[in-house]
Each structure stands twice: as structure tokens, then as C-alpha cells.
Design a protein around this ligand. Structure first.
Ligand code: BGC
Length: 472
């Protein structure tokens, strides 16, 4: 499995052409790019607190980030020049509802109206993520996602956004990556903020107890997602609404029964726990048993019916890397663990394995009744070896290979009948990478974080050609 080398676009044979309606996009999230953290009535979000009060991002913060709040017209012009057809961004809940619920801040609505209109004016379709991790601090103070009332807080916020922007925005994503935010990153944040929780050694070493405990919050996200879908439909707005999940296809490290069984568990923890409720309305029974033995998940009568009844129109898939899994009775995550990344040029987000994208797309297609899908994030950062600005250029060969080889696999899946409608590179700009601060760059466009100068990397020129030719 691990012998794979990323495909080299210059070696690929034959032309690849995507379907005519295939949507070429890029993606960002509010806290990672906007800055202006105290401007125009914005409230405080948990990420403002994590960075400014708790120092969770190595002393960095999104206070300024890439100053997109002020520079959005220039940034949209850059996207237009690249030929990008669709732009996925998230709304900062605290710009619109500074306290999370209650009084609306019109200046926040106005900002997103300006951004949306700028995009549409440039011929770029806006795709909105309602929640990319920046919960209003006022709601965190009321228990955050642990409080079941969060379901209705979110429904209220979603309704305001639908009413304000739904006349022009026809693709909505409720949540970004429940697994990464609540279970992976969530475990580190809980350990950093709660002295009774031990800090995990690595993301694969998170205790099963903690995951089960966090599943309560996942359940509230899924209910909130269903309520938002229900609200969107009740408003009879044009367009579609979906959710974005991070999918980690899992493979046995060794060809043994024990490792194959471990794969089934990891696949359950990372993937099926989210795919099953979103696409079938039920939690997978095996993982439900594991979690229920450790925590009361707070699943009430009627919850699963609500989730089943209000299913998404499409699934957003974020894919970065697979998991190579081994059984390890001593491992705190239900006796399973994943191998460390041994790639020669390691990417920030795990082993590079483009075939994983093909495998996950065809698997979801087969197991979940041929859903409509978009790849809402895919991309890479490899550090200075690939990302150094020199003489006004960034020769990011590894990123180009990464994007090209993953597009090849996406195309293969389409050829095999998967209903894949578009692809969004993460990310158009270098930006604030959560707990890693500004150390990890993912952009097609280089940003000098001191001067805010934007410079096209070679990958941006490549992506421009791919969009222009609808393939390569
Ligand atoms: C997240 C992004 C993040 C990216 C790169 C995804 O899990 O949605 O916010 O920047 O990965 O690490």
C-alpha cells in the first residue's frame, strides 16, 4: 500500500476532460483569512479566545490573518483572474450575531452582502459554509455544543443567513468536518482547557473515552444540521444544502485478520459515524455500542427521525490523506492505531495517497446509494522545500503533483459513474492554520504575512490552465 509515489503530471499519459458542468473552485474559512476581529460590531468567537487568551496557536492569531475583510475586492479579482468558477467561504457567526443569538449586527450582514455581490459580479458562484469552527464565545459560555440548546441556536443563525443571502446563494454547507473539529482538534483543545483531560500524544492516540464524550457534541451538530436543512426547505429557497465531512479511507498496515478488523473500527470512528447518520439517518451499530459503553450520548426519542427526515442534498468531501491501520491492544483509541507518515517529503496533513480519493468516492457511491458529491477541500502543504518565495515566484512542484494526481483519481471516479460535481482546492491563499499558526502554507497564492503581498505560486498558474481547459 505504502509504496505509492504521487503521480507526476508531466508523466501522465492521455488527456483528462471533466464533464461540462464540473465546478472548479477554491475554499477558505472566515477565521483563517478575515482578520478584523474586533471590527464593525463583531463579537468574540472561541478562536479569538483560544489565540488571544489561551495562546493555543503558538502565539499567533487570526486577529489580522490575511486581512481579507478589507482586501476582499482584490482577492476576488485574483480568483477571477485564475478563472475560478466557485468560491467556498464561511460566515463568521459572530459578525452576524455577536452574542450568538438575539440582536443582529447589520454591519456583519452588509460585509457578506458586499462579498457575495463582488463574487457574483466577477462570475464566481458563492458557496457558503455556515460553520467552520468559530463558535461565538457567548454560546461557549452557555455550554457550547454540549448544551442541547445549541441545536436551536444554530437553527436561528442559519435562518438569518438563509433570509439574508438565500436570494443569491444556492449552495450551502451547514458544518465543516465534525470529526476533525470535535474529536481530533477537540481532544487537544479540551486537554488544553480542562486540567482533568490528559493531552493526547498524537491525533491517533486520542482516548476512546474522550471520543465517546465528544460524540455528544457531534450529535448536536447532526441535529443542528437537520434543523438547518429543514429550515432551508421551509423557506422554499432555490438551491441545495449539504454538509462537509472529512473522510479518511483506511487500509490495513499488514495483511492480517487483526489489522482488517482494526480498519473496520477506524473506518467506523472516522467515517461511518458521520456518513451513516447524514446519508441513512442512523448511527453505525458497532460504534454506537463502543461509545455508549463509555458515555451517555444524549440521543433522545425522535432525534434519529429528525436526522433521517432532513437529509442533505449533497455531500461535501474533504480529503487529504488515508489511515494505514494496525491492531494494537494497548492503544487508547479502542485498541487501534495508525502508522506514522513515512513519506520522503511529508505533507502536513498525512501520507500522500491519491488512490484514497478514488477509493472513498467509489465506496461512498456504492454504500450510500449514489449521492451527489463535491470535493469541498483537497490540497497540501509541504513546508519550505516546496513553498519558498524566490525572485517573485514559488515553484511548488509537490503541490502541483498533489493536486494533479488527486484530480486524476477524481476523474477516474466520475468515469466509473460517481456523481461528483466539483472540486475545491484548499486553499486559494496561504492563511492561518489553526493551532499551527502561520507555519503551514496551503495556498495557491502566496501571502507575505507582514506586508499582505499576494504572489501567484506555480500551482495557481497550473490551476488556471486546468480550469481553462476543463482538464489537462
Ligand atoms: C480544514 C481547514 C484546514 C485544512 C488544512 C481542513 O481539515 O477544514 O480549515 O486549514 O484542513 O489543514
Amino acid at each position: 500500500m505504502k509504496s505509492h509515489m504521487p503521480a507526476d503530471p508531466r508523466r501522465s499519459s492521455g488527456r483528462i476532460t471533466f464533464p461540462d458542468a464540473f465546478l472548479w473552485g477554491t475554499a477558505t474559512a472566515a477565521y483563517q483569512i478575515e482578520g478584523a476581529y474586533q471590527e464593525d460590531g463583531k463579537g468574540v468567537s472561541v478562536w479569538d479566545t483560544y489565540c488571544n487568551d489561551l495562546g493555543l496557536a503558538r502565539g499567533a492569531s487570526g486577529n489580522v490573518a490575511i486581512d481579507h475583510y478589507h482586501r476582499y475586492p482584490d482577492d476576488v479579482a485574483l480568483l477571477a483572474a485564475m478563472g475560478v468558477q466557485s468560491y467556498r467561504f464561511s460566515i463568521a457567526w459572530t459578525r452576524i450575531l455577536p452574542d450568538g443569538t438575539g440582536a443582529i449586527n447589520q454591519a456583519g450582514i452588509d460585509f457578506y452582502n458586499r462579498l457575495i455581490n463582488e463574487l457574483i459580479g466577477a462570475g464566481i458562484e458563492p458557496v457558503i459554509t455556515l460553520y467552520h469552527w468559530d463558535l461565538p464565545q457567548a454560546l461557549a459560555d452557555r455550554g457550547g455544543w454540549r448544551n442541547r440548546a445549541s441545536v436551536e441556536w444554530f437553527a436561528e443563525y442559519a435562518a438569518i443567513a438563509f433570509n439574508a443571502f438565500g436570494d443569491r446563494v444556492t449552495k450551502w454547507i451547514t458544518f465543516n468536518e465534525p470529526y476533525v473539529n470535535l474529536m481530533m482538534l477537540g481532544a487537544f483543545i479540551r486537554a488544553a482547557t480542562d486540567p482533568s483531560v490528559a493531552m493526547p500524544v498524537s491525533p491517533t492516540d486520542i482516548a476512546g473515552e474522550l471520543m465517546a464524550d465528544q460524540a455528544i457534541e457531534v450529535h448536536h451538530w447532526l441535529l443542528a444540521h437537520a434543523r438547518a436543512v429543514q429550515t432551508h426547505r421551509s423557506l422554499a429557497l432555490a438551491g441545495d444544502i449539504g454538509i462537509t465531512l472529512s473522510i479518511h479511507p483506511a487500509y490495513p498496515a499488514n495483511d492480517t485478520d487483526a489489522d482488517r478488523a482494526a480498519v473496520h473500527i477506524i473506518d467506523g470512528l472516522h467515517n461511518r459515524w458521520f456518513l451513516d447518520p447524514v446519508l441513512t439517518g442512523e448511527y453505525p451499530a458497532d460504534i454506537l455500542d463502543l461509545y455508549s459503553a463509555k458515555a451517555d450520548l444524549g440521543i433522545l426519542d425522535g432525534d434519529m427521525a429528525l436526522i433521517a427526515e432532513h437529509r442533505a442534498d449533497f455531500l461535501g468531501v474533504n480529503y487529504y490523506s488515508p489511515a494505514f491501520v494496525t491492531a494494537d491492544p494497548a492503544a487508547p483509541m479502542f485498541g487501534v492505531s495508525t502508522l506514522p507518515n513515512t513519506d520522503e517529503q511529508p505533507a502536513f496533513n498525512g501520507p500522500v495517497y491519491p488512490e484514497g480519493l478514488y477509493d472513498l468516492l467509489t465506496r461512498i457511491d456504492a454504500d450510500y446509494g449514489h449521492p451527489t458529491m463535491y470535493i469541498t477541500e483537497n490540497g497540501a502543504g509541504f513546508g519550505p522545500v516546496d513553498d519558498t518565495l524566490s525572485d517573485g515566484a514559488v515553484n511548488d512542484t509537490l503541490r502541483q503533483d498533489y493536486i494533479t494526481s488527486h484530480l486524476e483519481q477524481a476523474h477516474r471516479a466520475i468515469e466509473d459513474g460517481v456523481d461528483l460535481r466539483g472540486y475545491f482546492v484548499w486553499s486559494c491563499f496561504d492563511n492561518f492554520e489553526w493551532v499551527f499558526g502561520y507555519a503551514n502554507r496551503f495556498g495557491l497564492i502566496h501571502v507575505d504575512f507582514d506586508t499582505q503581498q499576494r504572489t501567484w505560486k506555480d500551482s495557481a498558474f497550473m490551476y488556471q490552465r486546468y480550469i481553462r481547459d476543463n482538464g489537462f
